[in-house]
Every structure is written in C-alpha cells, then in structure tokens.
Design a binder for this molecule. Structure first.
Ligand SMILES: Nc1nc2c(ncn2[C@@H]2O[C@H](COP(=O)(O)OP(=O)(O)O)[C@@H](O)[C@H]2O)c(=O)[nH]1
Ligand SMILES: [Mg+2]
Length: 282
C-alpha cells in the first residue's frame, strides 16, 4: 500500500494516521514517527517500501518484552501453579479462563478453577458452564460471598489434591479503586499463604476494542497488583489492538495470550511479527 510513493510529509502523515487508527495512541505514534524520520535520514532510504519496512521494525522494537521466554506461562512441574485473572467487567476474563483451562488440560495438567467473581449474578453459572465444557472442576460459593473465601477454598483444595494449576476468576469492579485494591490484596495474601508460592501469574485482560481506555485500565491494575502479563481479547474483530504498544511499554510486561473469538480454541500465542503485520492489513 505504500509502494512507489514519494517520501514526504504526506507519507508521514498517512503513516501517522494509520498508527492512530490502530489505537497505538497519540504519544507513541508521535514518538514512532519521529524515530522513523530519523532512521530514514540516517539510512538514506529512498523507496517508500523501505520506509514502511523500517516502520515495521520500529513497531517490533516496541514489543521487546515479548520474547519467547516472557510470553510463556510460568507453569512448573511438581508444585501448584496459580493464575490470577483480573480486568474490568466484560473484557473476557471468564472466557479466557475457559480457553486457558482447556489448553493446560490438553497439555496433561490437572487444572481447577475458582469462581472468584461472586459479584455478578450470572458469573458463577458462566464459569461452571466453562468447567463442564473443559471437564475442569470449579470451586464456587454462593453469589455475593467473599471472593477471598473462594480463593481460599480453591487453593486449599488444589493443594490437598495435588493439582498442577489453579485458575482464579475475579470480578472487575473498577468503580471503586479502594475496594478493588482491598479485595485483590486480600486475595494475593491468601494465595501466597495457602499455595506457598510467592510468585504466581497475575494476568490482566484487555479488550482490544476498548481503545485508549485500555492503557488507563492497565496503569490502574498495575498499581494494585503485581501483574506478570497481559491477555488481549477480541482481536478477531476490526480492532487492531495497537493499544498493546503503549501498554507493554509502560508496564514492561509481556502479552501472554491473544483471544481471537468466543470459542474454546480461540486463544493464540502472541507473535510480535504477526501482530505488527496485522496493523497493516485491512
Ligand atoms: N469475539 C470475541 N469475543 C470474546 C472474546 N473473549 C471474550 N469474548 C466475549 O466477550 C463477552 C464478555 O466475556 P466474559 O468472559 O464474560 O468477560 P468478563 O466479564 O471479563 O469475565 C462474552 O460475550 C464473550 O463471549 C474474544 O477473544 N473474541
Ligand atoms: Mg467474568
């Protein structure tokens, strides 16, 4: 699409527009385009195709935390591994948990899910449905009960029965940061005490259709919990998910999964190259 164009302000504006439309955000777009202009001058690039390739390289350089090693889930043999899943309401936490449970089960792991969203009325049935679909046991309490108590039960049961992985769902109530903080602090404390693991996965789910608000969510959750990675959902629609660039840069945390649909198999590993290519596809 950028073949045979003159390298002028118009081209840079076109590229700028493309990045902004991909949700990369104004700040990072400006930074990238400024870097691009510098590189083009330094390397004396003359063909628009080369400028475009340089832009791809710059975008990839913004995803440096997403190495093969970093984007892997930290699952170790011979211990209980915990995956705590956080994020605002509706981003795809429960769905992603279902998909991850299926993936780990297929890998031969003994998996259990804790229905930690006790706030939303239908949340428990929803996670139970995923439990049935994946053949994974779900630990629950009644609607409105203390999520920390569900976490307590889940981790205890997982320990006693030698499960490999416990995945914990949460409610994403962001309207009151103090409450959310207290709730997640309590959950964190219980996980550490009960599992005997100080380090565990805490994954933040970000909806790619949320746009710039995703960065705000990421900053808030990153203050509250010790995030280990990000799951980007709803990447199957028209959203380019460019918000990942500022998020992964700001947080310095890798993207562990990409959600590409509502189905059980619709979970992909993050691949920087593919991700950058998708920015330029229509
Ligand atoms: N198209 C699409 N829909 C998704 C994806 N992940 C979740 N959803 C849908 O988004 C809605 C909210 O998901 P849910 O898991 O309940 O979000 P939660 O409130 O964060 O637990 C549901 O209708 C899901 O089917 C995805 O990767 N692609
Ligand atoms: Mg949910």
């Amino acid at each position: 699409m950028f073949l045979g164009k003159t390298i002028d302000d118009e081209l840079y504006e076109e590229l700028e527009e493309l990045l902004i439309q991909s949700d990369i955000g104004m700040d990072m777009t400006m930074e990238i385009v400024a870097d691009l202009e510098k590189q083009v001058a330094k390397k004396r690039l003359k063909a628009s195709q080369d400028v475009y390739e340089e832009l791809k390289e710059l975008l990839k350089s913004k995803l440096v935390y997403n190495t093969e090693e970093n984007t892997k889930l930290d699952i170790q043999n011979g211990r209980l591994n915990i995956i705590l899943v956080v994020g605002v309401n509706g981003v795809g936490k429960t769905t992603s948990i279902g998909k991850i449970a299926k993936k780990l089960k297929d890998e031969g792991k003994k998996v259990i899910i804790g229905a930690g969203d006790t706030f939303r009325a239908a949340a428990i049935e929803q996670i139970e449905e995923w439990g049935k679909r994946t053949g994974v046991e779900v630990v629950k309490q009644s609607h409105g009960s203390d999520p920390a108590a569900v976490v307590f039960d889940t981790v205890k049961m997982a320990k006693n029965r030698n499960f490999d992985v416990a995945i914990l769902d949460t409610a994403g109530r962001l309207h009151n940061k103090r409450d959310l903080m207290k709730e997640l602090e309590k959950i964190n404390k219980i996980i550490k005490e009960k599992s005997g693991n100080d380090k565990f996965e805490t994954l933040l789910v970000i909806d790619s259709t949320t746009g710039q608000n995703g960065l705000e969510q990421a900053k808030i959750f990153n203050e509250i919990v010790d995030l280990t990675g990000i799951i980007l959902t709803k990447f199957d629609g028209t959203a380019k998910g460019g918000i990942i660039f500022p998020i992964t840069n700001e947080l310095k945390k890798p993207i562990k999964f990409i959600g590409v649909g509502e189905g059980i198999e619709d979970l992909r590993k993050f691949d920087s190259k593919e991700f950058v290519e998708a920015i330029f596809s229509d």
